[in-house]
Ligand binder design. Structure first.
Ligand code: TYM
Length: 340
């Protein structure tokens, strides 16, 4: 069975990077796979969250999924905290994963900063919970942006080690020679790494202090226009070949965003805009971004207004997810040797 799982944190400021790097692919994959799309609220609390905002952000991400075109009937849309098996499997996997593996995670090092002793235990454990999210459904494919590559490699290592550590018991319980499939990351897509509008060497991020660094899916046309106009550039005109973007991270990022939003290759964008100055290009980019994003923003707002509808989608999704998770968790219990 081929099954897709992916997650988005309920931390607010859903942005163009999340959209182009992940959600666009979620929408595409629903055509050919059984998909689970999860609002990962357990991951969100690895850094402090305001409880009222956390609930609102959970609804916001669910609304965004639906507004972007994910069908909540065909796919399973739910929030992580409502399926206890995620946390339950994470405990077992904590006993499989090695401390050294987690200490090497670059995202932990970035997020924990200098004061590592003061980071939450959850922040260090974040990638193990991610592995549990995927493996509890024995998912085979995981669409993510480029920044999640290392975490996906760790998920595969954890799955592999579980399969090895318990190989005899896995066979004895009738699961053959491997219980967990090694999940395959799906990182290709229109834009696997969208960069900050203020600094082309930093990725666009929900947590950047400057709202001008990102285009949020909740931004209106004026905000998009202002942010694109203020986006950092360099003094040169746009090149007509891709090679000319080398060493010009801001130019490369804006051209990449244009290409992704228009569904074309960078070189085709440069064929149209090579030799143009940034003010011309930015004008066209604003027009394109507003054209593509404002229907989503409007739809998000419409869906968001109906809380009982969103809560119903999440509740039903959680039930459907739990039905799959429970069977797999029982199997894990048998394999590990928990008497039940
Ligand atoms: P989150 O919420 O930080 O990001 C959600 C998705 O957006 C992608 N992304 C980007 N893609 C391109 N350019 C960017 N600037 C950019 N910023 C973010 C992320 O790669 C991600 O695909 N840890 C996950 C959430 C998660 C998960 C999982 C994913 C929890 N469990 C299991 C897959 C499978 C995360 O980064 O969420």
């Amino acid at each position: 069975l081929q099954r897709v799982f992916s997650g988005v944190q309920s931390t607010g400021n859903l942005h163009l990077g999340n959209y182009l790097g992940a959600i666009v692919k979620f929408v595409e994959l629903q055509k050919s796979f059984d998909c689970l799309y999860c609002v990962v609220d357990l991951h969100a609390i690895t850094v402090p969250q305001d409880p009222i905002a956390l609930k609102a952000n959970t609804r916001e991400i669910a609304a965004a999924f639906i507004a972007c075109g994910i069908d909540p009937k065909k796919n399973i849309i739910f929030n992580q905290s409502q399926v206890a098996e995620h946390a339950e499997l994470a405990w077992v996997l904590n006993c499989v994963a090695r401390i050294g593996w987690l200490n090497r995670m670059t995202q932990f090092k970035d997020k924990a900063g200098k004061d590592r002793e003061n980071a939450s235990m959850g922040l260090l454990d974040y990638p193990v919970l991610m592995a549990a999210d995927i493996l509890i459904y024995r998912a085979t494919h995981v669409p993510v942006g480029d920044d999640q590559k290392q975490h996906l490699e760790l998920s595969r290592d954890i799955a592999q080690k579980f399969n090895n550590d318990f190989s005899e018991s896995i066979a004895r319980n009738g699961y053959g020679d491997a219980f967990f499939p090694l999940p395959e990351p799906l990182i290709s897509g229109p834009a696997t790494r969208v960069m900050s509008l203020r600094d082309g060497t930093k990725k666009m991020s929900k947590s950047d202090a400057s709202d001008y660094s990102r285009i949020n899916l909740s931004d209106d046309a004026d905000q998009i226009a202002q942010k694109v106009k203020k986006a950092k550039t360099d003094p040169e005109a746009l090149p007509s070949e891709e090679k000319g973007l080398e060493g010009r991270p801001e130019a490369e990022n804006l051209v990449g965003i244009f290409a992704a939003l228009s569904g074309r290759a960078k070189i085709d964008v440069l064929r149209d805009f090579g030799g143009a100055n940034f003010s011309t290009f930015k004008g066209a980019l604003v027009e394109l971004a507003v054209e593509k994003l404002s229907p989503i923003t409007a739809e998000m707002r419409r869906i968001r207004a109906d809380e009982s509808y969103i809560d119903g989608v999440l509740r039903e999704g959680s039930e459907r997810a739990r039905a799959i998770a429970r069977v797999n968790m029982d199997a894990v219990k048998d394999i590990v040797g928990f008497l039940r």
